[in-house]
Design a protein around this ligand. Sequence first.
Ligand SMILES: [Zn+2]
Length: 143
Amino acid sequence: MIVAVHALLGSTIARLCRTRAQAALAGSASHALADVLPHRDLDMPEEMLLLAGALSLIATARGANSREFAGALGACLPDVENLIGRLASIPDERLLLPTHRDYHGRKTSGFHGQLAIAALGILSLLLPGCDSEDARQRGKTLR
Ligand SMILES: [Zn+2]
């Protein structure tokens, strides 16, 4: 799964969490679910460019201290293994995470599913927030 899509999915799921810690954990769990879906991966430069864009979008929309940003980071974190694997030329069969090794989704030629997930993620960033750790923290800074 494209890492930027993991980030947007993690930020969406984070909206259901009360704290940044919960959001990071939920984002991490979402990574495994997304990796088993059929998808197409990109080359490293494209992945990094899209990830920078997604994280910038989330930070701009919700703040770098938000649940959404924590969820996005949590969702991206497992792919550090893929980054190390590619840089060190480690074959997929030797990676540690089961969804990077044995349960990786089949490869597709298109991006339709990932575009749909990304669109939902961007839409969720546009929705107003609710009572959360972030809102409480914003309230504290106003007093
Ligand atoms: Zn992964």
